[in-house]
Design a protein around this ligand. Structure first.
Ligand code: 3PG
Length: 391
């Protein structure tokens, strides 16, 4: 795929789709990773003398103008990180926006308002896509985190003007693509999270490529139950028991080392002041709920991670947001930080956990995509990538 480096941008109006869907608490951005990760593309375009028009979504306003979902705090943060003035539009299409674009000088940066204030954005309305395209000479998609969405500003727009990837998009596709298509071995995939149904496709795909698959989090109890263990009040998806067994069988058949927890932390209630105990998986008390992987499992998983050449991690091992239930996720994060193998953190909750434990710097690649990196690892084509026409 062509990137922004492969085309002429000087003096051109460039519509750059970014993923600025950052966490905000009380009007303050609590994690600006996604903004920082787009700086190479924006700075490159500024240095080359392009007129940079940034487009992003924020939250899920469903086609309405929602005041709390304006991108104003993002514009402020971006200006600070960029060390340059950032113009901010109050809409993302229309006459006023056109005039603001016309007023741009080479090297200026304009951030459009939340594209999801338009009804047509999520519907991938061709009229809206065309209106975006009319603002610019070139489309650069740097929004890897939103590449699994076929929306007007991520995909539709590419039908009307030349479309290439940004530098972050290029980096994400390069790292994740290499991991899945040509992995260094042993290749260990760690899959956690609460729901089996969210991770079926990724486990299925990983069974075809990984040497080790380590399972943790709420989804592991369905696997344990399928094997006949009593799981007390732990999370269970009754409809996926057969599927869980079939994964275990498939792993055996393919020679994949498929590891489930051997001990777990159980709790009598879902809060920080709860009672907890560590039990082996054959002794889960009936009234208690599994909430984290236990110390034996942590050691076992850490050992596999230490011996791996490539580790891809998606989904926490327990409820890491609550301290007493966070030790399993922390142990996996620490093992990833320590291993000499190449580590890829698959965005979303695993990235948030890694940030929380201050271990992000020690990972080789932290994906900016949650849903997008998951779909990529499922082997799916991402609409925002498919749309790039490389003209
Ligand atoms: C994300 O945060 O994963 C992306 O920005 C996509 O957001 P969405 O799930 O609201 O489409």
């Amino acid at each position: 795929k062509k990137s922004v480096r492969d085309v002429e941008v000087a003096g051109k109006r460039v519509f750059v789709r970014v993923d600025f869907n950052v966490p905000v608490e009380n009007g303050q951005i609590t994690d600006d990773t996604r903004i920082r990760e787009t700086l190479p593309t924006i700075k490159y375009l500024v240095e080359q003398g392009a007129k940079v028009i940034l487009a992003a979504h924020f939250g899920r306003p469903n086609g309405q103008v929602v005041e709390e979902l304006r991108l104003t705090p993002v514009a402020v943060k971006l200006a600070e990180l960029l060390g340059q003035n950032v113009f901010k539009a109050d809409q993302s299409v229309g006459e006023i926006v056109k005039a603001q674009v016309d007023a741009l000088e080479n090297g200026d940066v304009l951030l459009l308002e939340n594209v999801r204030f338009n009804e047509g954005e999520e519907k991938n309305d061709p009229e809206l896509a065309k209106a975006f395209a009319d603002l610019a000479d070139l489309f650069v998609n740097d929004a890897f985190g939103a590449a699994h969405r076929a929306h007007a500003s991520t995909s539709g727009i590419a039908a009307y003007i030349p479309a290439v990837s940004g530098l972050l998009m290029e980096k994400e596709l390069d790292v994740l693509g290499k991991a899945l298509n040509n992995p260094e071995r042993p290749f260990t995939a760690i899959v956690g999270g609460s729901k089996v149904k969210d991770k079926i496709a990724v486990i299925e795909n990983l069974l075809n490529i990984a040497d080790n698959v380590l399972i943790g989090g709420g989804l592991s109890y369905t696997f344990l139950k399928a094997q006949g263990y009593e799981i007390g009040k732990s999370l269970l998806d009754n409809s996926k028991l057969d599927l869980a067994l079939s994964f275990i069988a498939k792993a055996k058949e393919k020679g994949v080392n498929f590891l489930l927890p051997v001990d777990i932390v159980v709790t009598d209630k879902f809060s920080a002041d709860a009672n907890t105990q560590v039990v082996d998986i054959d002794s889960i008390p009936a009234d208690w709920e599994g909430i984290d992987i236990g110390p034996k499992t942590r050691a076992l998983y850490a050992d596999v991670i230490a011996k791996s050449k490539l580790v891809v991690w998606n989904g926490p091992m327990g409820v890491f947001e609550i301290e007493p239930f966070s030790h399993g996720t922390r142990a996996v994060a620490e093992a990833c930080a320590k291993t000499e193998g190449y580590t890829v953190i698959g965005g979303g909750d695993s990235a948030a956990a890694t940030e929380k434990f201050h271990l992000a710097e020690q990972m080789n690649h932290m994906s900016t995509g949650g849903g997008a990196s998951l779909e990529f690892m499922e082997g799916k084509a991402l609409p925002g990538v498919v749309a790039l026409n490389d003209k």
